[in-house]
Write a new protein. Sequence first.
Length: 397
Amino acid sequence: MTLQHSAPFDPAAAADFVAHLPAASAIFVLWPANDPGPGVQPYIGRTRNLRRRLKRLLAPPRPGLRRLNLHEFTRRVEYQFVGSNLEASWLLYQTNRAHYPRTYRRRLRLRPPALLKVNLKNRFPRCYATRSLTHDGSLYYGPYPSRTDAERFAGEFLDFFKIRRCVEELDPDPKHPGCIYSQMKMCLAPCFAGCTDEEYQQELGRAVAFLDSKGASLERELEGERMQASESLDFEGAARVHRRLEKVNEVLRRRADLAGNVADLHALILERGAEPQSVVFFRVWAGELLGPATLALDERVAAPAPLDQQIRELVAQLVPAGPAQAISSESGGAREVRLPPWEHLAILARWYYSSFREGDYVPLDRSDQLPHRRLIRLCRKLIVPPDAVAETPQPAG
């Protein structure tokens, strides 16, 4: 992988080389040779000020100063400017993966994202937190900020359903002693044949529908029960259902914003570009991160195309390669899904849940219909310089 800019480096002219570099955010690669051969490994870095960082790394070493110096090491410099933290993280990930294929995860400190898993191949599936994303026919939901958040949400929402929480492989036996959940009537107790396989699959379908709809299916179900109880003048029953609905809403308010069915995770991310009057697009397709693609908003062209057309053509280029995977749903049918590389979900979650997040996240439905008006409004907002709003004079009085 080669970055946009590349130049040979002469240690004897280090000062002149650095002086001509912009003081801008960038990803850079320092090579020990102009034409590196197989096995040659570079130094890869990220900086908010390319000129200052390379001045420190490439300046002639001073005796007694104990800090990293690559003056004698470097013979070629590659760099590419970035306009946002997400673009920098994505480019750094791709660069490290290309040059350090065995160690790039450790170098970037990437950990598999926290997810909820429903293993449909088990006779009695359960929902549990995991950091493993494999093509095993399971359903995955997330990513969550941490495994603790995933476990907390699973523990709370499962109180509304009667699927099992035990980890053992079940072979229904009436002599099985059961567990605390079966004694509290919070589980259908498949362990001692307390239900049929069909009854368990029906309850599992309710839990999966809750996760797929982000709670909307259970809300509609309880609202219908409350309405039916009210029409039957069973006001005590309606009050019980109302309290249960309030608990559901409380659990949903604490749900992680990004968490959903990974196969249905579609979105656009808009960031300020490195070039003036430009916006960078990333596309999330079934959890897979695609991009970046740059949209130049220079109005001084001879025949400018409509902005919605430019956006549509730009997004159409961000399409994943490779076939989808067929999995069976809880209803017995099959559908095509894509499971993204877990590194993509990890980078997305790190950006989305960070306290210094920049840019805009625009969720898309499964039909991938673009909200053109919103995207145009966000593009125009991003091309305004960050200091322009603060410097705008306010009317007196």
